[in-house]
Design a protein around this ligand. Structure first.
Ligand code: SF4
Length: 355
């Protein structure tokens, strides 16, 4: 059934809401068939490439908004780094680290309801410095709700894309945040598109939404024509209203990504926050459906080592999009050598076994 659905989508017939629900509710014993079918769409549009993005948190914590899932929100007592705006040279240094590590897009993020015009000037200055040293870099800004004219100002400064997630279905939005509305978020995505910036908007799964609401959110993103769709899996920080909320299993996460691929086959589907925590050993399988990840750390939490992210890509037969030295065929790349470590515990020793 999923293979037929993939053929139909490749022939130009969009997936329906019922199709999306069927993907989401696939049995675990259908998982490989589902990944193979969604993988056909992924390869048709993105080949064997993975886009690697790098987050720079320009201003962390102390946000006046009350997004219940967010460690930086009003009322959160999560143990996170809190600091005011980075200086331009600090932002440049952080961005350079991500680019050196293999990223091609830098995502410049600040906590807050939205930027002042002075904040826009500050970010424009940072963007100018980064682009002067790294002219090929793609820059995505994520600064909150935009006022009239701010998206145009960012575009003039050299920003390529703007991220503003709708996060969840309209029918669930007011359960997760009360200080702004779903319409506010959609309005900012509209401003981004009008200014000629590439819209990046995605969702967070695991917020108590129903299957139907996940489908609703994905169809809303399709209607918004978001070029890239980050799919976050809730990281339930202690000190936030969602602490101890664990609704996701690795197989469920793969099905959510597959659903996104069927609904928006030619869009960048990014495995975003919560990848390591929720996909765990299925991260590699998920790459056969999604085509984009963040490298290294997230805004307020640590990710796995950046070199492990790059190994994840290579080990699964993919190459980093835009990397100058990426082998066209990963099979041509030199094998990774790891020396076997001598066993020093368990049978034949006085030490406890590794079990
Ligand atoms: S998601 Fe953004 S707007 Fe909402 S609390 Fe976090 S930093 Fe503030």
């Amino acid at each position: 059934m999923f293979d037929q659905l993939a053929s139909s989508v490749l022939d130009g017939k969009p997936a329906s809401a019922d199709d999306a629900l069927a993907v989401l509710r696939a049995h675990d014993d259908e998982l490989l068939d589902l990944v193979a079918a969604a993988g056909r769409l992924r390869r048709a549009h993105f080949g064997n490439t993975v886009k690697v993005n790098y987050l720079v948190n320009l201003k962390s914590g102390l946000c006046p908004e009350n997004c219940n899932y967010c460690s930086q929100s009003l009322g959160s007592t999560a143990d996170i780094l809190k600091y005011k705006w980075l200086q331009t040279d600090e932002a440049l240094e952080q961005a350079a680290a991500g680019l050196k590590g293999g990223a091609t897009r830098v995502c410049m993020v600040s906590a807050g309801r939205g930027p002042t015009n002075k904040d826009i000037d500050r970010v424009a200055d940072m963007v100018g410095s980064i682009k002067a040293e790294h002219p090929d870099v793609e820059i995505c800004a994520c600064l909150g709700l935009l006022k009239d004219g701010q998206a145009e100002r960012l575009k003039e400064a050299g920003v390529d894309a703007y991220n503003h997630n709708i996060n969840t279905a309209e029918s669930h939005h007011d359960n997760i945040v009360q200080t702004h509305t779903y319409a506010d978020r959609v309005d900012t995505v509209g401003k981004v598109k009008s200014a000629g910036l590439s819209p990046c908007s995605g969702l967070i799964a695991g917020l108590g939404e129903s299957d139907e609401q996940l489908v609703e959110a994905l169809f809303a993103l399709r209607d918004l024509d978001s070029d890239s769709i980050p799919v976050n899996f809730l990281m339930p920080f202690d000190g936030t209203p969602y602490e101890n909320t664990w609704e996701l299993e690795p197989t469920r996460c793969v099905k959510i990504l597959a659903m996104a691929r069927f609904v928006a086959p030619d869009k960048e589907i990014r495995i975003a926050g919560g990848r390591e925590m929720h996909l765990r050993s299925l991260q590699g399988l998920a790459l056969h459906v999604a085509n984009s990840i963040f490298l290294g750390d997230y805004l307020t939490s640590e990710g796995q080592a950046a070199e492990d992210d790059l190994a994840l890509i290579k080990d699964n037969g993919f190459v980093v999009l835009g990397a100058p030295d990426a082998a066209a065929d990963p099979a041509d790349a030199a094998p990774v050598s790891v020396d076997p470590a001598k066993r020093r515990r368990g049978a034949g020793t006085d030490l406890l076994p590794n079990a």
